[in-house]
Design a protein around this ligand. Structure first.
Ligand code: FAD
Ligand code: AMP
Length: 479
């Protein structure tokens, strides 16, 4: 029998590594098991987020956005660039360097905080026991008073489009293209599909997005989702709604995709196809046979509000449990669980988890849409403000989009903030904080915002709730 720990965390993604660091900070003897290996066979901490998710996708989104700015927008500002071209290999090398720095950084944080890194595959094998198989196949068993499973998720595959090396790929493959495909298909107009489609659309691919649902971004407030749809189409993305992919055939170096829409069966040919139809929890091999940790019908580990599984002492967090599959949600659960294990009171507010799509402009939201509120029978009042009327947006050459606040008609409490606009992902934190503090729209309206900032659009939206926006012709009845 090897060492005994207070806490063993399985998985070092944003859920697991945060849980491990927080546990160690609270004085618990902590180990974190991770099986992800880089191309040289060394452990790579950071999970999906750092290796093949949030960070590499944002590195490519930033590079491709700067390319578009230099190519199409700089002239407007008086800057002459001559011909602008993108060296895809260099862009990828920069992305890989960022990933390496960050994953190495987590290993450094483990050392600094006294977390024992166990490299290999972890398995809950019994009451308070974890078996670890290292990269050489050697096995050791460790005792732990508490175990946190943070095994994450993997992309969903669908039968019509089986993965085909270099031709039909998932999100990970789409972060590795060596050159810009001419005709690119994306299945799924969700967050990941739109982000990856945007990268390659900006770099010159003819992008077609096939989305089975008739609605576009149903989780975003209707008016803003419509606006985002229009803006992405204007950039050249052909987003086909109500188009369900039913089959594919690889013909040489092309993929012929069959889909069905309201008019019947259709075919379309691509040079590459990215399948972005969602992610599923990953729990393969994490729980040994005979250990009775419950999974739900969709394969998520069943947990209560405090991320306890049905087995005492075993917790589960992040993408492998219910709730939005987001890095910051996983991390917050990691903090909560560590606090609870250390004997502190902790809870999470799942109503105020923000979401961001890092397209241009960005789409960000927290809380309810106007429709959500109506469906729940809550009477609401709303205030919207367009970036076209915001001075900083004009100066930034970024006047597309708007901010919208949804507030309870009776109490004025903010129920949701939805933003389409440059830096919407930064601005949404205002809505999160306001909702965390139970603020009213009036609280934001009475807050002094720095000028000139994009955030002033949120301020004006709060003022607009009562028809008092300053830089807009208000049509609402004034009080
Ligand atoms: P993961 O990050 O998946 O980590 C789980 C870890 O557990 C992995 O490292 C895995 O190797 C390890 N593991 C599994 N089983 C074992 C085992 N038996 N033993 C040892 N180790 C094990 N979210 C955002 O919030 N913002 C974004 O901008 C964003 N962009 C994304 C872009 C893309 C392309 C993708 C694919 C995802 C994106 N996400 C984003 C989602 C985000 O990456 C996930 O929500 C987040 O990584 C979940 O964290 P986690 O810790 O639960 O799991
Ligand atoms: P998300 O879950 O946000 O990553 O989004 C995945 C999207 O893929 C959803 O909007 C689904 O409707 C869509 N989707 C799933 N299967 C198909 C399919 N066969 N054809 C087209 N779209 C699909």
């Amino acid at each position: 029998m090897a060492d005994k720990f207070d806490v063993i965390v399985i998985g070092a993604g944003p859920g697991g590594y945060v849980a491990a660091i927080r546990s160690a900070q609270l004085g618990l003897k902590t180990a974190c098991v991770e099986k992800w290996q880089d191309t040289k066979g060394n452990v790579a901490h950071g999970g999906t987020c750092l290796n093949v998710g949030c960070i590499p996708s944002k590195a490519l989104l930033e590079a491709s956005h700067k390319f578009i700015e230099a190519k199409d927008d700089f002239d407007d500002l008086g800057i002459s660039t001559g011909d602008v071209s993108m060296d895809v290999k260099k862009m990828m090398a920069r992305k890989d360097k960022i990933v390496k720095n960050l994953t190495g950084g987590i290993s450094g944080l483990f050392k600094a905080n006294g977390v024992t890194a166990l490299d290999g595959t972890g398995k809950v094998v019994g009451d308070k026991q974890v078996e670890v198989t290292d990269f050489d196949g050697k096995t050791a068993t460790y005792d732990a008073d508490s175990i946190v499973v943070a095994a994450g998720s993997v992309p969903v595959e669908i039968p019509p489009t089986p993965m085909t090396e270099g031709l039909i790929v998932d999100s990970t493959g789409a972060l590795e293209f060596e050159e810009t495909p001419k005709r690119l298909g994306v299945i799924g107009a969700g967050v990941i599909g739109l982000e990856l489609g945007s990268v390659w659309n900006r770099l010159g691919s003819e992008v077609t997005v096939l989305e089975a649902m008739d609605s576009f971004l149903p989780m975003v407030d209707g008016a803003l989702a419509k606006d985002a749809h229009k803006l992405l189409k204007k950039q050249g993305m052909d987003i086909k709604l109500g188009a369900k992919v039913t089959g594919s055939e690889v013909k040489g170096k092309e993929v012929v995709v069959t889909y069905e829409d309201a008019d019947g069966k259709k075919e379309i040919t691509f040079d590459k196809l990215i399948v972005c139809v969602g992610r599923r929890p990953y729990t393969k091999g994490v729980i040994a046979d005979g250990v009775d940790v419950e999974l739900d019908q969709r394969g998520f580990i069943t947990v209560d509000d405090e991320c306890r599984t049905n087995v005492p002492g075993v917790y589960a967090i992040g993408d492998c449990v219910r709730g939005p599959m987001l890095a910051h949600k996983a991390s917050e659960e990691g903090v909560m669980v560590a606090d609870i294990i250390a004997g502190h009171k902790a809870e999470m507010n799942y109503e105020t988890i923000p979401s961001v799509i890092y397209t241009f402009p960005e789409v960000a939201w927290v809380g309810m849409t106007e429709q959500d509120a109506k469906d729940k029978g809550i009477e609401v009042k709303t205030g919207s403000f367009p970036f076209a009327a915001n001075g900083r947006a004009m100066a930034n050459n970024a006047t597309d989009g708007s901010a919208k606040i949804i507030a309870d008609a009776e109490t004025d409490r903010i129920l949701g903030l939805h933003i389409v606009g440059q830096h919407a992902g930064e601005m949404i934190a205002q809505g999160v904080i306001a909702m965390e503090f139970g603020s009213s729209a009036e609280d934001l309206a009475l807050t002094c915002y720095a000028h000139p900032t994009m955030s002033e659009a949120v301020h004006e939206a709060a003022l607009a709730v009562e028809g008092h926006a300053i830089h807009m012709a208000n049509r609402k009845k004034r009080k």
